[in-house]
Design a protein around this ligand. Structure first.
Ligand SMILES: [Zn+2]
Length: 744
């Protein structure tokens, strides 16, 4: 309570502060017009529309390939049409497996057959079983019929297998059980497969999103004993989208790979289960007791195995081609129709999908409707705005990836930026993206008020960050900074093809943090749960529309596009220091570890009654030459400073704005590496990528960082040169933009 009051007092002074509003990229006069238009836009937003559409778009399961999914896409298209948009559905033909046989049984020493069911609840109107409902499964698991001893592998990430090695436990020929968390789910079967396992079970431990966190559904929002997390296990860090059509749009006549040649399909069967189903399997394990950090919240001692638990897993799927329906709705720019602001959210869900993704989709719809109201009053976007409702996001960013690949050339010519949203709820503003957009995001957030506290959404988030910061220094740093630092994008939603494949400046924004629950990818992600626990009044859906709407409008009407290269330089300089430090710490760690091994320190510290296999010595870490990267980053700093000084003065009337803006929005494409990242040519961005072994989690300067982590020193040096070249090309482009501003 006290906390709340303090914020209200702050609110006053912070709002007074924001009186003199400037908007980067707008002349003073145009900024005033823009602010007035934004205030009007806000006044059109109605929470009741979000509520009504969510109820409609979550009434039935609406996954990729479903009849309901198609109807919902048509409904969304028709709404856009009724608001005056040029709206259509662009359909692709994609592979999408759905389950035919799902059998998971414990065959010894005790017997148990997993239920793999989420029962209906009387408190939840849509939780009953329907013919269209997808059961609990992991999409892209192969068909398989395997038996083996069970091994508990914690999160199933590489570090967990290193620990197993110390215990002398090998998963070859065995079935592993991993808990959710610690990485994106697709990493778990991938790493299991690399270690020779023949099958993989992923379960939701109550510690993660069940009773350990809070009351379970229907009493509270957390995962009950029957809730299981569906989800894709496509090897997305290799490439997302339809596995059969990497790099090209999956049109009806596209050239397709044989399924066996698809590089992003895993090879061992995998299934997700609830904690009720997991319990008999875990209880039946003996062998070493799991270390504390591996344990969950189930009421028994966690053992690792292997065995004596024996498991039989039999899965088969219908590998069919389905239609993937993207809704694409355009409003042509009045002055610059060939410059596009692309704004998207997916519409497909795993089941009824209220939080994920309809909470975001209905906010996009209301944003678009309010813009159409604003247009009736005479406001026009100078640039074209393209609203997108993606299908097939859940199985692997399929709709957005196929569309981006299909329209790659046009997008690289015309797309100024891509603005993504996904699930949304009550709480704090969050933003990730190209760091050139950090200033734009902060300025937009500055002008949007948090409905619960009355401060702007940037200050509310900053307050949370400072309150949660672990150290006094971290608190001081957060308080001293004028705005929010946005995060870097890895993967996990539809921005990936735009930023990491095409080099279109992109962002992902949303609200949350006071909407925690355990409904994710279960049948209980429903309208009823959303209304009780996520954003009961849809106020944060409206706040999201205000924030994303402002960003869209400002990009559409800026005189000079508001890209901030100084923020980008600052960020990349930080990443460079990180990878240089990473090399140094790796060297030091290697030296100390090798000494520990030579002197048998680990062996001498181990319990002699337990099996323990000490690690082997690693090769010494060489010195690498970072100079090409350092020089490139230094030149970038100069270019960014010069551009920012020149851009601070309003451009003269004779400035060639069209040429200038094109140089600005296409600059990010210079950061692409033509051949892509090592082993995954689809991912081409030299600064941002999802980690090969983190999945959604980002790796910045990914080529360099992952080569160091994998101790591939030659590759690390090559990647330093690649990143240096990309940054130099980018710098040249900024200097070309500066030259236009100098010609006055
Ligand atoms: Zn989603």
């Amino acid at each position: 309570m006290k906390y709340y009051l303090t914020l209200l007092v702050c609110a006053f002074s912070l709002n007074t502060f924001a009186q003199t509003k400037t908007i980067t990229g707008f002349t003073k006069e145009n900024a005033e017009t823009e602010i007035k238009a934004e205030e009007k836009f806000d006044s059109y937003l109605k929470a009741s529309n979000l509520d009504e559409w969510m109820k409609k778009l979550t009434a039935k399961p609406h996954h990729l390939g479903s009849a309901t999914g198609k109807q919902y896409a048509e409904f969304i298209r028709d709404q856009f049409k009724s608001w005056g948009y040029d709206a259509q559905i662009e359909t692709y033909k994609v592979l999408f497996p759905t389950p035919k046989v799902r059998l998971l049984e414990l065959t010894g020493p005790t017997k148990y057959t997993a239920t793999l069911e989420e029962p209906a609840l009387k408190e939840d109107a849509t939780s009953g079983k329907t013919a269209e409902q997808l059961p609990v499964y992991n999409a892209w698991s192969p068909d398989g019929d395997v038996t083996g001893e069970l091994v508990f592998v914690n999160y199933g990430v590489p570090a967990d297998y290193e620990y197993l090695e110390r215990l002398g436990i090998d998963v070859k020929g065995k079935i592993v059980i991993a808990k959710y968390g610690g990485s994106w789910r697709g990493i778990k079967p991938k790493v299991a497969q690399e270690h020779g396992a023949v099958g993989c079970i992923i379960y939701s431990d109550p510690m993660q999103d069940g009773y350990f966190q809070g009351d379970v559904y229907p009493k509270g929002p957390f995962r009950n004993q029957n809730g299981a997390q569906r989800g894709s296990v496509l090897d997305m860090p290799i490439y997302p989208g339809d596995p059969l059509t990497p790099d090209v749009g999956a049109t009806a006549d596209a050239k397709r790979l044989e399924q066996s040649a698809a590089g992003n399909l895993i090879k061992i069967p995998v299934i997700p289960i609830s904690y009720k189903d997991a319990e008999p399997f875990l209880r039946a394990l003996s062998g070493p007791v799991a270390p504390e950090r591996w344990r969950g919240a189930l009421p028994f001692t966690y053992h690792i195995g292997p065995g004596p638990a024996k498991v039989h897993l039999k899965l088969s799927f219908d590998w069919k081609m389905v239609d993937c329906h993207n809704v694409i709705a355009k409003i042509a720019g009045s002055e610059l129709p060939d410059e596009w602001i692309v704004r998207g959210n997916h519409h497909d869900g795993w089941v009824n999908g209220a939080a994920d993704p309809i909470s975001g989709m209905v906010s996009v719809m209301e944003e678009a409707r309010a813009l159409s109201e604003l247009m009736k009053t005479g406001w026009k976007p100078k640039r074209t705005i393209v609203y997108c409702g993606w299908d097939g996001e859940e199985p692997g960013l399929i709709g957005s990836t196929e569309w981006a690949e299909h329209h790659a050339q046009e997008l690289q010519q015309k797309a100024v930026a891509y603005i993504n949203t996904d699930g949304n709820g009550r709480g704090f503003f969050g933003a990730g993206g190209s760091h050139t957009l950090e200033k734009l995001i902060n300025e937009a957030g500055r002008d949007v008020i948090d409905p619960q506290t009355g401060v702007n959404v940037i200050e509310r988030r900053k307050s949370a960050d400072a309150s949660n910061a672990a150290t006094t220094k971290a608190k001081k740093d957060i308080l001293a900074k004028p705005g929010l630092t946005i995060s870097a994008l890895g993967s996990g939603s539809d921005y990936t093809p735009f930023i990491q494949h095409l080099g279109v400046p992109s962002m992902n924004i949303g609200f949350g943090g006071e909407d925690d629950g355990g409904e994710y990818h279960s049948v209980y992600d429903s309208y009823d749960l959303y209304k009780r626990f996520k954003d009961p009044k849809f106020e944060y859906g409206v706040v999201l529309a205000k924030t994303a709407g402002r960003i869209t409008m400002r990009l559409a009407n800026a005189d000079v596009l508001p890209f901030d290269f100084k923020a980008f330089h600052r960020t990349v300089n930080g990443y460079m220091n990180e990878v240089m430090t990473l090399l140094e710490t790796t060297r030091e760690t290697t030296e100390v570890e090798n000494q520990m091994i030579t002197e048998k320190r680990y062996l001498l510290s181990a319990d002699p009654t337990q099996k323990y296999i000490p690690p082997v010595k690693k090769d010494e870490v060489p010195f690498l030459n970072f100079s090409s990267l350092q020089n490139a980053v230094a030149a970038l700093e100069k270019a960014a400073n010069q551009y920012s000084e020149l851009a601070a003065a309003n451009p003269k009337p004779n400035t060639n704005l069209a040429n200038l803006n094109k140089l600005l929005y296409q600059a990010e494409q210079k950061l692409l590496i033509a051949d892509g990242l090592p082993g995954r040519p689809w991912f081409r961005h030299s600064i941002y990528a999802p980690g090969l072994y983190t999945g959604y989690g980002v790796k910045t300067l990914p080529g360099i960082r992952e080569a160091i982590e994998q101790r591939d020193w030659k590759q690390a040096q090559d990647q330093i040169e690649n990143a240096g070249k990309a940054i130099s090309a980018y710098t040249e482009q900024i200097n070309s933009a500066s030259k236009i501003l100098m010609l006055r």
